[in-house]
Design a protein around this ligand. Structure first.
Ligand SMILES: [Zn+2]
Length: 330
C-alpha cells in the first residue's frame, strides 16, 4: 500500500480504529522537566527517532520556543529523509497549568512561558493537526498501551517528580473532566494541617511528596533523600492511591516520575503497605501499586498516544452525523 493510499484509507475509516500502516507516525513533542524532546511514534508505539534540546531557565519565551522548534523541524526532516514515514499528526504534552488541548501553557519548567500559545505555534510550524494533553494523562495512556497496565481497562497513573500529577483510565477511556484535569491527584489532602501548598490549602500530596516539597523539607535534592523520606513519600502516595482505588473502583496504580522511580523499592514497598491498609472495600482490597515500565521513553510514547488518540477522535467525529450524537459526544 502506498503512503498516499494508506492515508486516504485511514481518513475514511469508521471509528474507532485508525487503519494502521507501518509507515504512519505521530510526531510526539514533550515539554519535560529539563529538556524539550520530539520523536516519531508509530501506531504500534515504537519510538523510531528522537531529538532533544535543554530547557534554558534564564531566557525569554521566544528563545525557549526556538529551541523546541528546532527539535520539531529536525524530526520532520528526518521523517522524510531518513525514515520515509508519513507524519499524521502532532501529539503534544506538558505539565503545569495548561488550557484544554494545550492551546496555552505555563509549564513549571519553562518560567518564561506564561499562557504561551504553544498549540497554535506548533500547528503553524508543522502544518499538522496538533493534539495536546497533560503529561500525566499521557503517561496513563502510554502505560495502558504498552507499559505496566497494558490491556487494563481500569487503573490510574501517578507521576511523582518535581510536582505530583495523575491520570485515570476508566472503562478503557482516559477521563478528561470539565477542564481537562481529571486525575490531578496532586491536591489530595494527605496530611491535614500539613505544609502550605501553592494552591493555598495545607497538606496536599504535592506539598508533602513532590520533588520540590522534599527539597523544601530537607534542604537537599530529592536524589539525596534519607530512607525515612523515601518511606514517608511512598506512604503519602499510598494514601492518595487508596482514595483513588476506593473512589473509582480500581485495583491497579502505576507510578512514574523521577522521584518515585529514583526512590525505588523503598518507596514502592511503603506505598503498597499503606494501600493495603486503606483500600479495604470488597472491590479495592488487593489493589497493587507498581512502577511505570516505559522509563525514559514514557513521555514521548505518551505524546505519541495523545496524537493517535486525537486522530481516532477526529475520525469518529467525521463519521458521526450530529443528529445521532449522544449529548455528551465531543
Ligand atoms: Zn494544593
Amino acid at each position: 500500500m502506498s503512503d498516499v493510499a494508506s492515508a486516504n484509507v485511514a481518513a475514511d475509516t469508521p471509528a474507532p480504529e485508525v487503519v494502521e500502516s507501518p509507515v504512519d507516525v505521530v510526531l510526539a513533542v514533550d515539554v519535560g522537566a529539563t529538556f524539550f524532546q520530539a520523536g516519531l511514534v508509530t501506531a504500534r508505539g515504537a519510538l523510531l527517532d528522537l531529538s532533544r534540546a535543554p530547557i534554558e531557565a534564564n531566557v525569554g519565551p521566544e528563545s525557549n520556543y526556538t529551541a523546541l522548534a528546532l527539535t520539531v523541524t529536525e524530526m520532520l526532516e528526518r521523517a522524510a529523509s531518513r525514515h520515509a514515514v508519513v507524519v499524521r499528526s502532532l501529539g503534544l504534552t506538558s505539565g503545569g497549568h495548561v488550557s484544554r488541548g494545550l492551546d496555552e501553557v505555563s509549564p513549571l519548567s519553562v518560567p518564561a512561558w506564561n499562557n504561551f500559545p504553544l498549540r497554535t505555534r506548533l500547528e503553524e510550524l508543522s502544518g499538522l493537526d496538533v493534539y495536546g494533553d497533560l503529561d500525566a494523562k499521557a503517561l496513563a495512556l502510554a502505560e495502558g498501551w504498552l507499559g505496566a497496565a497494558q490491556g487494563q481497562p481500569n487503573f490510574c497513573a501517578i507521576t511523582v517528580s518535581a510536582g505530583v500529577s495523575g491520570g485515570i483510565i476508566l472503562d478503557g477511556d482516559l477521563l478528561d473532566g470539565e477542564s481537562g484535569y481529571a486525575g490531578q491527584i496532586g491536591h489530595f489532602i494527605v496530611e491535614p494541617g500539613g505544609r502550605r501548598c501553592v494552591c493555598g490549602t495545607q497538606g496536599c500530596l504535592e506539598a508533602e511528596a513532590s520533588g520540590q516539597a522534599i527539597v523544601a523539607i530537607t534542604g537537599r535534592p530529592a536524589t539525596e533523600s534519607s530512607y525515612q523520606i523515601m518511606q514517608r513519600t511512598g506512604d503519602l502516595v499510598g494514601r492518595a492511591a487508596a482514595s483513588m482505588c476506593n473512589s473509582f473502583d480500581l485495583s491497579l496504580v502505576v507510578v512514574g516520575g523521577s522521584v518515585a522511580l529514583g526512590f525505588g523499592s523503598t518507596f514502592f514497598h511503603a506505598a503498597q503497605v499503606t494501600l493495603d491498609e486503606l483500600a479495604r472495600q470488597p472491590y479495592s482490597r488487593g489493589a497493587r501499586i507498581t512502577p511505570s515500565r516505559l522509563g525514559e521513553q514514557g513521555p514521548l510514547v505518551g505524546a505519541g498516544a495523545v496524537g493517535w488518540r486525537g486522530l481516532r477522535r477526529a475520525a469518529r467525529r467525521r463519521t458521526q452525523a450530529p443528529a445521532t450524537q449522544p449529548p455528551n459526544a465531543r
